[in-house]
Write a protein that binds this ligand. Structure first.
Ligand code: HMG
Ligand code: MG
Length: 286
């Protein structure tokens, strides 16, 4: 049997958060429901951040309340602080994510905190989530390049990864936030991070701005990673990372994985339907 590689679908969060048009809650719910049908085990569809910072995510509680929860699927939410965690727990998110950066410039721009301050802020969030029995994922942004500080040293990523590991994150997702990564740099970064965190607890989160996300996934597969974040229809970007184009498209990742002999557990026809919905949402914004 082919080896399984999991795609963690982040389109309804990382994809939609950047859209200028306020997308009706019902459209978001319909997209998540279609993604549930496609066979994902984890779908990030909410973000309990300040609505002043990311207005598009202000209806996250309503999205989580409105979706059809498919058995065995975990619906995930970003939680930058205790207030965010309270919102996510009230909305019954199945898992939450704390999100830091390997570079100071992006940390300040995205969450208004230095790296050290952000880690201090995350610790009680991770503790309270664990006490509530909710798994916590950790993100690290700018793992190869920062829009404010330039190149990121692999050791800086490894240090933040170790801190998130120590807080109990069950998985750490490594973000090439502005899609500038080339395979050699991704490889060097992974080598450093893997000194701290076992590969089974790592995921690749590669934006496709430079058109190299699929190559970056291949180099990560060679290192042993078996989880990749992607956004259906290639939706996305980050409002606090100028130049961050879409996440790598889920359907492109699926097709590449299948061509390489892996299986994803996803239904390609339903995935295409979801990609069409995502593209329509974006088209309506332009
Ligand atoms: P701050 O301004 O330093 O915080 O923001 P504050 O505590 O002073 O609060 C400011 C206002 O926000 C207050 O309201 C708070 O009540 C409110 P006011 O008194 O002015 O009316 N507030 C909240 N409201 C709702 N939910 C909350 C919350 N917290 C405070 N949880 C903060 C700090 C972290 C809140 C802010 O910077 C923020 O929300 N940042 C989020 C930015 C964001 O969501 N970025 C995109 C996600 S990250 C990403 O896309 C990267 C990733 O995909 C990986 C990759 O690609 O690299 C994950
Ligand atoms: Mg991202």
């Amino acid at each position: 049997m082919a080896e399984r590689v999991e795609i963690f679908e982040v389109g309804p969060r990382d994809g939609l958060q950047n859209e200028a048009r306020m997308i009706p809650t019902a459209e978001k719910i319909a997209l998540v429901d279609c993604l549930s049908e496609a066979g994902f085990r984890r779908i990030e569809c909410a973000s309990f951040v300040s609505p002043k910072w990311v207005p598009q995510m202000a209806d996250s509680g309503d999205v989580l309340a409105g979706i059809r929860r498919a058995p065995g699927v975990r619906y995930a939410a970003l939680t930058p602080n205790m207030r965010g965690l309270e919102g996510a727990l009230a909305a019954k998110a199945d898992e939450v994510a704390i999100f830091g950066s390997a570079s100071e410039g992006f940390s300040k721009a995205n969450i208004n905190a230095s790296i050290a301050e952000s880690l201090e802020r995350f610790a009680p969030v991770a503790e309270a989530a664990a006490a509530a029995g909710v798994p916590v994922r950790g993100y690290i942004s700018c793992v190869v390049e920062c829009p404010y500080d330039g190149a990121t040293a692999p050791g800086d990523v490894a240090r933040v990864a170790a801190a998130l590991r120590d807080m109990g994150c069950y998985e750490i997702s490594l973000g090439d936030t502005i899609g500038r990564g080339a395979p050699e740099r991704i490889d060097a970064m992974l080598e450093a991070v893997m000194q701290e965190v076992p590969v089974a607890a790592l995921a690749g989160h590669y934006h496709d701005t430079g058109g190299r996300a699929l190559e970056n996934i291949e180099v990560s597969l060679a290192r042993g990673l078996r989880v990749f974040d992607a956004a259906v229809g290639g939706l996305g970007g980050c409002p606090y990372a100028p130049g961050a184009a879409g996440n790598v498209a889920t359907e492109a990742v699926h097709d590449r994985l299948v061509a390489l002999g892996y299986e994803t557990g996803l239904d390609r026809d339903i995935l295409s339907r979801a990609a069409g919905m995502a593209r329509d949402m974006r088209k309506d914004s332009q």
